[in-house]
Design a protein. Structure first.
Length: 178
């Protein structure tokens, strides 16, 4: 069975994601790429995963290098577009709180600074796992991507806490199927 890449991409676009910019350093300069393929992997050790197109400029700087995941806020849509190849007027504002780690973008909702853990072949992408060394959280609403465009969050529904779910690993009971 052959899968049409354009139709698959359209289908995958129905999954709403946050928007991140993965930043790193190379040739003495900060670099970045807009990425929505980001995921938490493990709390022990603390690992995250990012997936970058192997043809992206930032990909060549990530092999064996520290990187930062910058989770963007609603007003950072221009920053997202800048690192997706549509330069904004002026340059983004950079911070580098620790010289051993990758630069980070000012004004992000959250930053997760990582050292390299492993990388894997992901077809036309490279999957990078990073060990979290430092993280920061600021206030605001996230920038959301859905069906090829940026979106705003709607109202908060009644929360469904993880710790009260049947799938929580710390609960002493579980639901078994017959």
């Amino acid at each position: 069975m052959s899968v049409d890449a354009r139709e698959l991409r359209r289908c995958l676009g129905h999954f709403a994601t946050g928007v991140t910019v993965i930043t790193c350093a190379g040739d003495g300069m900060p670099h970045g790429a807009t990425v929505n393929a980001f995921s938490a992997v493990s709390l022990d050790p603390p690992l995250v995963l990012v997936s970058l197109d192997r043809k992206s400029k930032a990909c060549k700087y990530l092999d064996g290098a520290p990187f930062t995941v910058n989770v963007l806020t609603e007003p950072q849509d221009e920053v997202a577009l800048h690192f997706a190849g549509k330069p904004m007027n002026g340059e983004p504002e950079w911070q580098r709180p620790d010289s051993r780690l990758a630069p980070q973008l000012a004004g992000s909702l959250a930053t997760i600074s990582c050292t390299p853990w492993r990388s894997y072949d992901g077809g036309d992408h490279v999957l990078y796992l990073g060990e979290v060394q430092r993280f920061e959280v600021a206030g605001g609403d996230p920038l959301v991507f859905f069906l090829g465009g940026f979106r705003h969050l709607g109202p908060v529904y009644e929360p469904v806490p993880w710790f009260e779910s049947a799938d929580c690993p710390s609960t002493s009971w579980f639901v078994a199927s017959s």
